[in-house]
Write a protein that binds this ligand. Structure first.
Ligand code: AMP
Ligand code: MG
Length: 505
C-alpha cells in the first residue's frame, strides 16, 4: 500500500489536501467515481474538534466557510478522488446483490496521529448510481443520532467509526414529513464490509476476492499475511474482532438494530448506527427497531447473528482457503466454530471486570443468576453495575457520601449479592478499591433513548443546546459530575414498551 501525502509538511494548514485513494486505485471494480451534489446553504451544526486534531486537521479552518464547503461535499479537496463504494449484503437474511453507497461517498484516506489510515466519508451527499429508489439524502435527526452514538461508543472505548461533523444542507428532505437535510462526515478504519466480499466474489470470483482480501489484510489484519494459510487466518482475525465487538456492545447494553452483512465491517469497528439503541431495563429479547418484526436483531441474538454473518464472509473466501472445496469448507467451518468460545471469553471476562472480579468464577452460575435476577426485577442494565459498586462502598464505610439511600434490593438480589461478595472474597478483592475499579469500567452516562430523542427533536426544530450538552456529558462516561444526574436515570416505566427506532432512510 502506498503512503499517503497528508504529512505535516504537505498540509501545514490542516486543510485537507493530499487525500489518498488506495482503495479506488487497488480495487477499481468495487467503486465508481462520483462527486457529491452541491447544496445551496451549508451550515456546520456540530464539529468534532478533538477528532479533527487527531486527524491533523485544523478545526478553525474546518469550521470556516471553505471548510464547510469541503465537509458538505460542495468542494472536492485538492487531489482527492471521491468514489461511491459497491457492496452487496444479506438484509434480514435475504440476499441483495447490489447495495453500495446509495447516498454516500468515500472522499479519500488520510493518516491519523497514530499513522493509521482512515477513510473520510460523506453520508447524505446525493444520489449515486447505487441509490436504487432512494433520494440520496439524509436528514438532520438520523445524522446527529449517528454522531452522538458513535462518539459515545468511542468514549466507552468500543471500536467504532467516528463522526467528524454534521453539516445541514439548507434543503428539505422528504421523509414521513419534510425534514431538514444534513450530511454526516464519518471517519473509519475503512468501509470494507462483509457485503463488500459478497459483492466481489460474485463479480470477479477468487481473483477479485484475493485482491480485496490482500488489501484488507494489509490494512486491518497484517498478522494474517505471515500465517501458513493467510486467508484462513484473515477469517479468524475478523471473527476475533467481531466477537470482541459484539461482546463489548452487549456489556454496555447496546443493540445495533440492523446487523445486516452490509453493516458489518472487516476491521471490527461498529458502523451504520441507524435504528440502534441502548437498553435500560435488562431483557435479552429487547428490540427497538420498527422494521425488526421477528426480533432477528434483538439484544440477545446479536452473537448468533454475528456468527451467521461471518459464515457469509467465510463462503466468499473458500476458493482462497484451499483448492479442494471439501477441505476449504472443513477449515472454514472449524474457524467459524471458534466464534462462540471467543465471544464467550470476551463476554465473561468483561462481566467479571464489571463485577470487580479478577476472572470469571470457576464454578457456579453466578453470572447467569445475576442476569435472570436483573430480568425478573426489571433492573436498569447500566445503573445496576454502578449500584453494585455503591453497595460495596456503603458496606465498607457505612456511608458512601452520596446522601442517597441504598437501593431496595429484592430478596433474590440480596441473596445474589451475598454470593458475589463471597466470590470477591475468594478472589481476594479488597472492597474499597474493587468498588473504585468497577466505576472505572461501568459507565454512568450512556445515550439513553429518551434523552437522545429529546435532544434530536430539539435539534431538528433548530435548537442544538440539548444535543451539545448530551455530547459533552457522554464524552466522559465514567466520572460523575455535578448537574448531570438527569442523565443517569432510566426512562420512565413503560417508555421502552412503546419506544421504536427508525432507519431514517
Ligand atoms: P442502511 O440501511 O442505511 O445501511 O442502507 C442500506 C442501503 O440503502 C445502502 O445501500 C444505502 O446506501 C442505501 N440507502 C439508504 N438510504 C438511502 C437514501 N436515502 N438514498 C439512497 N440510498 C439509500
Ligand atoms: Mg448500511
Amino acid at each position: 500500500m502506498s503512503t499517503v501525502q497528508n504529512s505535516e509538511q504537505d498540509a501545514p494548514s490542516g486543510r485537507l489536501v493530499g487525500l489518498d485513494d488506495s482503495f479506488a486505485r487497488e480495487l477499481p471494480e468495487l467503486c465508481m467515481d462520483f462527486v457529491a451534489d452541491s447544496v445551496e446553504a451549508p451550515a456546520t451544526l456540530v464539529l468534532n474538534d478533538d477528532l479533527a486534531q487527531r486527524l491533523g486537521m485544523d478545526p478553525v479552518w474546518l469550521g470556516s466557510p471553505q471548510g464547510t464547503e469541503v465537509l458538505v461535499g460542495n468542494r472536492v479537496p485538492e487531489g482527492a478522488h471521491p468514489v461511491a463504494m459497491a457492496y452487496a449484503g444479506h438484509q434480514f437474511g435475504n440476499y441483495s446483490p447490489r447495495l453500495g453507497d446509495g447516498r454516500a461517498l468515500l472522499l479519500g484516506e488520510l493518516l491519523d496521529g497514530d499513522s493509521e489510515r482512515r477513510d473520510l466519508h460523506l453520508k447524505g451527499s446525493g444520489r449515486t448510481p447505487f441509490a436504487r429508489g432512494g433520494d440520496g439524502k439524509a436528514s438532520i435527526g438520523p445524522m446527529l443520532r449517528e454522531y452522538v452514538v458513535s462518539e459515545a461508543m468511542a468514549a466507552l472505548g468500543i471500536p467504532t467509526t467516528r463522526s467528524l461533523a454534521v453539516v445541514s444542507t439548507g434543503e428539505s428532505v422528504m421523509r414521513e414529513t419534510p425534514e431538514p437535510g444534513a450530511v454526516l462526515v464519518r471517519v473509519a478504519a475503512s468501509h470494507i464490509r462483509v457485503g463488500t466480499f459478497e459483492y466481489a466474489v460474485r463479480l470477479g470470483g477468487d481473483e477479485l476476492v484475493r485482491r480485496l482480501a490482500d488489501y484488507s489484510i494489509a490494512r486491518h489484519h497484517p498478522e494474517a499475511a505471515s500465517a501458513t494459510n493467510p486467508y484462513l487466518a484473515f477469517l479468524g482475525a475478523v471473527i476475533e474482532a467481531q466477537a470482541g465487538l459484539v461482546a463489548q456492545w452487549m456489556l454496555v447494553g447496546f443493540i445495533h438494530g440492523v446487523m445486516n452483512t452490509d453493516n458489518m465491517t472487516i476491521s471490527g469497528e461498529g458502523i451504520d448506527y441507524g435504528p440502534c439503541a441502548f437498553m435500560d431495563r435488562y431483557d435479552p429479547a429487547t428490540v427497538f427497531s420498527s422494521i425488526d418484526h421477528g426480533g432477528r436483531y434483538a439484544y440477545g441474538n446479536q452473537p448468533a447473528v454475528a456468527a451467521w454473518n461471518l459464515a457469509r464472509l467465510a463462503e466468499t473466501l473458500l476458493g482462497l482457503i484451499a483448492t479442494d472445496p471439501d477441505e476449504a469448507i472443513e477449515l472454514a467451518t472449524a474457524e467459524l466454530a471458534e466464534f462462540q468460545s471467543r465471544f464467550q471469553q470476551h463476554w465473561s471476562n468483561g462481566l467479571a471486570r464489571k463485577l470487580g472480579l479478577e476472572s470469571p468464577p470457576s464454578d457456579g452460575p453466578l453470572f447467569e443468576d445475576l442476569l435472570s435476577t436483573m430480568q425478573a426485577d426489571r433492573l436498569d442494565w447500566t445503573g445496576t453495575f454502578r449500584e453494585l459498586a455503591r453497595t460495596l462502598r456503603v458496606e465498607a464505610t457505612d456511608d458512601d457520601g452520596s446522601g442517597e439511600a441504598p437501593a431496595a434490593h429484592s430478596e433474590a438480589m440480596r441473596q445474589w449479592i451475598g454470593r458475589w461478595r463471597a466470590e470477591l472474597e475468594a478472589q481476594g478483592r479488597p472492597v474499597g478499591s474493587t468498588a473504585e475499579g468497577m466505576d472505572e469500567v461501568n459507565p454512568l452516562y450512556i445515550p439513553r433513548n429518551h434523552l437522545v430523542d429529546d435532544a434530536l427533536s430539539d435539534a431538528t426544530g433548530g435548537t442544538l443546546a440539548g444535543f451539545e450538552e448530551l455530547v459533552r456529558v457522554l464524552k466522559d462516561p465514567y466520572h460523575r459530575r455535578d448537574g448531570c444526574d438527569g442523565f443517569t436515570t432510566p426512562a420512565p416505566e413503560g417508555f421502552e414498551d412503546t419506544f421504536r427506532t427508525f432507519c431514517g432512510t
